[in-house]
Design a protein around this ligand. Structure first.
Ligand code: DAH
Length: 357
């Protein structure tokens, strides 16, 4: 190709490129145009590949012509690229979709533990300090451990108040954490100090204070010469630590087939301070900790000599305690996905729950 033809060819390429760049609607399309012209095999880019065809004295001139053309085309492409980028930015901004990579990212909310879990952990820590180990039992339980071993034979009226969900296999969903008592006696033998937090189930009509699924913490201590005084002292320590203030306790007789004697340990109402309010049914006291001295039949079921060993047991209503501690009035919100009533109630009682930033 002589120099004249070269100049004509270059002029055509430049004209075509200008048209193609103007027509390109996006940076990607423009890039394809760019490499089609300036790339090694592009229309301009390949012109110098056969520079050896020119006589030696012309090669410098040809090189200059081609390179100057390349420079002009590159400028044209760059200008069009800037135009396209500005247009894209304006469109994003108009759609409210600006992205500034220098702004620090927004952290996702982490969430926090469920109020019942929070209280459970607290209770576990308190008991571990007192030398108790934390045990777990199965939620799907045999009739033997849930009832019989706890001195509740098949014809006992106590079965009626603990109606539950029966499985086709003959097992049931445990109505209480008490079955962990005999399981632990069998596992460890005396002396023994355990607590067993966990889920329990009952066939209940659901209302603000009854749910079919709720949490308890069972406690069991077996040793020599254990009396009710030990139990009451422990209850007072536990409840004061959980409530983060000194609470008063009182005891009343209570009946549970697996303890003898059985007692109800009440604490002074944390909502009204003992003056009387709807939560404590105007008595000033809250029923919180049913307990008693382990019945000899239960010790025997666990393979323990009832003449040598004695002990106490209690069943703390963990769900109830969490509601009291965080001021949650309706048990149903605890098993729902809606955390607003929980967070709101907790905040009112001075506790911060809910999502953390
Ligand atoms: N398991 C009983 C219930 O759910 C609560 C209970 C009462 C547990 C007395 C105990 C106890 O260990 O000694 O109603």
């Amino acid at each position: 190709m002589d120099v004249e033809t070269l100049n004509r060819t270059i002029a055509e390429i430049e004209a075509k490129t200008a048209a193609a760049a103007a027509a390109a609607g996006s940076v990607d399309v423009l890039r394809a145009v760019e490499s089609g012209v300036l790339g090694k095999k592009g229309t301009l880019g390949s012109l110098l590949a056969n520079i050896r065809e020119y006589p030696a004295e012309q090669r410098g001139q040809v090189g200059q012509i081609v390179n100057a053309a390349k420079g002009r085309v590159q400028e044209l492409i760059n200008a069009r690229k800037a135009e396209l980028e500005a247009a894209a930015g304006a469109a994003d901004a108009a759609a409210g979709d600006t992205f500034d990579p220098t702004v620090p990212g927004r952290r996702g909310k982490l969430g926090s533990v469920h109020p019942v879990t929070a209280v459970q952990w607290e209770v576990e820590r308190i008991f571990q300090r007192l030398g108790f180990t934390v045990e777990a039992g199965p939620e799907m339980e045999t009739e033997y451990y849930n009832f019989e071993a706890l001195n509740i034979p098949a014809d006992h009226p106590a079965r009626d108040v603990q109606d539950t969900f029966w499985l086709a296999s003959g097992m049931c969903l445990r109505t209480q954490t008490s079955p962990v008592q005999v399981r632990s006696m069998e596992k460890f033998g005396p002396p023994l100090r355990i607590i067993a937090p966990g889920r329990c189930f009952r066939n209940e009509t659901v209302d603000a204070s009854h749910a079919t699924t709720f949490h308890q913490v069972e406690g069991l201590l077996i040793d020599r010469d254990i009396s009710l005084a030990h139990l009451i002292a422990l209850a007072q320590t536990l409840l004061s630590e959980v409530m983060h203030r000194e609470v008063k306790v009182r005891t009343r007789p209570g009946y549970f087939p697996f303890v003898e004697p059985g007692i109800e340990i009440d604490m002074n109402c944390q909502i009204c301070g003992g003056q009387g309010c709807p939560t404590c049914k105007h008595s000033g006291w809250l029923e919180i900790l049913p307990a008693g001295m382990v019945h000899p039949n239960v010790l025997r079921a666990g393979g323990i000599d009832a003449d040598e060993w004695s002990g106490f047991a209690f069943g703390l209503g963990l769900t109830r305690l969490a509601m009291m501690k965080y001021g949650i009035k309706d048990i149903r919100v605890l098993n729902s996905g809606d955390i607003r009533p929980i967070v709101g109630a907790a905040r009112l009682s001075g506790v911060v729950l809910g999502g953390r930033e």
